[in-house]
Every structure is written in structure tokens, then in C-alpha cells.
Design a protein around this ligand. Structure first.
Ligand code: BDR
Ligand code: CA
Length: 313
């Protein structure tokens, strides 16, 4: 079977790291490149962290690109209070030796989509949507060539995680999100409503450690570091494991309950900036532009993760 070609656009971030590892462990997927963006931590760290994760997976052949160092309009907001000063706090991982590619991430996305067949490339954004929107603006011809965008961002029933109404990835660059949701590309949304169901409980974390592998142990240590903030906030055993849901959706969409909806992004209001306004009940006649994941089989999600991790070093 032909592998599905994906570009992971990311701001690692411990949960981004787990998503990258899941993709690299999955034979159905070909990671044609990893593009990095400023988000959880500044770009100088996210591009480095992506390479650290590739080396953890013993995949120094993966091409990693640096992209936008700040959102399209607004100043950058980061989240060291969740992810730590490096973005990957928890395990003690060596600095990468594999190179960062010279090409800008936005140009890599454009060239790859143009060079591929129509409907060949799927974009997997795990951070603010800056690189994706910049690529669409610079080269609108790529828009109809994209197969799908499967992204982690937004929320509806759970509210927001950085403001009462906004989720971090959308809040950091709402103008970029607006471009993406208006683009006409089929977008699958993994929102907080789903990721808050995927808790890194002590039992699940122990299962990763028990794999005894470098990736399993590092993942347990990453989970233990970044869950501490959300455990305090939500009073749960473990924190939400957000970004790997994007890859899990590609591998096993049957784990997710979905509905076709219209989503628009709030870019004007100070109060609700970055809100994903989801027309869940179809109360407007706005065109449906997204597949919204509402629920996940969380046991199935963690089973999939653990099973795939067995292929990792
Ligand atoms: C999203 O924000 C980041 O902190 C995580 O990596 C995830 O992509 C969750 O709101
Ligand atoms: Ca992320």
C-alpha cells in the first residue's frame, strides 16, 4: 500500500514530540518533512527540539525546516509555563547533530505541494498556523492541491485553555487560523473537546516507561513534566495529550466521533480573540468547512500509541 505523505508543522512541545514519534513509528505514513514554527517556545528552540526528537527516534534522515518566528499580525505568545524553558523539559536529551535544512519552511511546503501529485500531501499542523497561512498566501496555487489538513486546535464545549474561549494554537495566531479555515481545503479539527479526554494517567505513563526503550522512557519523563501544570489546573490524574491525536486520526479515524460543521475564527474581539466559533447545531447557513472531532475512544488512542511505540528504539 502506498504510504500517505504528510508534512508535520510543529512547535515542540512534549506532546508535539509524542506526535512526531507516533508518525515516525507508523509504516502507513511517510513524513516528507517537519516544518517548525514559533509557539510553545521561540523558533530557535522549536527547530532544535524537532531535531532532538528525530534523533531520539534514530531518524536523522528526516528533513527539518525552520519557518515563521512570529505570528502574522500579533506579537508572539509562548507557553514555557506549561512546557518548561526549553519546550522539551523532562528527559535529559542531547543537543542534535543532524542539520537544520537551509530552505525556509514556507518554501518547503510550497515546493513539496507543487511537486507532488494533486491531492497527495496532507498537512498536520500541531502549533500556530502561521507557516500554513503564509504558504497559502504566497502560493495560492497550492490550496487546491492539498489533500487534507488535520490540525490540533480550537475547542467548543470545553472552552479555551489560554483564555476562557481560546485554545493556545489558534490564540497565538488567529489571523493565520482565519486564512486556513477560509481556504476551502478540507480541515479536520482535533479540539480540546477531544484532547481533554486523553489523560496521561499514572498508569498510562508507567506503561510507556515499562517499554524500557529510549523513546518510551523519554516519553514517560516528558509526560510527567508537562502534565503537572494541567493536573493543577483541572484536578485530574494526568494532563491532556493533545497533538498525537492528529496522527492517530490519520491512522485510525474510527477512534473519533465527528460532525461536519462551519468554523469561523474570531480575530477582532479583545474578549474572545482566537475563539473557534463552531456552528455545532447548524443554526447558520454558513458553508461547512471542517470535520469536527467531538469524542475519542481514549483507551483505543493510548493502545494505538503504545503498540506503535514498540517499533521505536
Ligand atoms: C496545544 O498547545 C500546545 O501547548 C500543545 O503543544 C498543543 O499543540 C494545546 O492547546
Ligand atoms: Ca503543539
Amino acid at each position: 500500500m502506498a504510504k500517505r505523505k504528510i508534512i508535520i508543522d510543529t512547535d515542540p512541545g512534549q506532546d508535539d514530540a509524542v506526535a512526531i514519534l507516533l508518525a515516525l513509528a507508523s509504516p502507513e505514513l511517510e513524513v516528507v518533512g517537519i516544518t517548525t514554527v514559533a509557539g510553545n517556545v521561540p523558533l530557535s528552540l522549536t527547530q532544535k527540539n524537532a531535531r532532538i526528537v528525530c534523533e531520539l527516534a534514530e531518524r536523522p534522515d528526516i528533513k527539518v525546516f525552520a519557518g515563521a518566528s512570529r505570528p502574522m499580525v500579533r506579537p508572539l505568545v509562548t507557553a514555557e509555563y506549561v512546557h518548561g524553558s526549553t519546550g522539551l523539559n523532562g528527559p535529559d536529551l542531547p543537543d542534535p547533530t543532524m542539520p537544520l535544512q537551509d530552505q525556509h519552511a514556507v518554501d518547503f511546503i510550497i515546493d513539496t505541494v507543487r511537486a507532488g501529485a494533486e491531492d497527495e500531501i496532507t498537512l498536520c499542523p500541531l502549533g500556530p498556523l502561521t507557516n500554513i497561512a503564509l504558504a497559502m498566501q504566497k502560493a495560492p496555487d497550492i490550496i487546491p492541491r492539498l489533500r487534507q489538513i488535520v490540525l490540533m486546535g480550537g475547542g467548543c464545549f470545553e472552552g479555551g485553555n489560554v483564555t476562557p474561549t481560546a485554545e493556545f494554537n489558534i490564540y497565538v495566531d488567529p489571523h493565520a487560523a482565519d486564512v486556513v479555515f477560509r481556504s476551502g481545503v478540507p480541515v479536520v479539527v482535533i479540539p480540546l473537546d477531544v484532547t481533554h479526554q486523553c489523560l496521561t494517567t499514572a498508569k498510562r505513563t508507567a506503561a510507556f516507561r515499562a517499554l524500557g526503550t529510549n523513546c518510551g522512557i523519554a516519553t514517560a519523563e516528558m509526560m510527567e513534566f508537562f502534565e503537572r501544570f494541567d493536573e493543577g489546573k483541572y484536578g485530574t490524574d494526568g494532563g491532556p495529550l493533545h497533538d498525537p491525536n492528529v496522527i492517530a486520526y490519520l491512522l485510525k479515524p474510527e477512534l473519533y466521533e465527528t460532525r461536519e460543521v462551519n468554523i469561523e475564527i474570531e480575530t477582532m474581539s479583545d474578549l474572545t480573540l482566537g475563539m473557534t466559533v463552531v456552528d455545532w447545531w447548524g443554526v447558520t447557513d454558513r458553508t461547512k468547512n471542517a470535520t469536527y472531532c467531538r469524542n475519542v475512544d481514549d483507551e483505543g488512542f493510548f493502545d494505538l500509541l503504545l503498540e506503535r511505540y514498540r517499533a521505536l528504539p
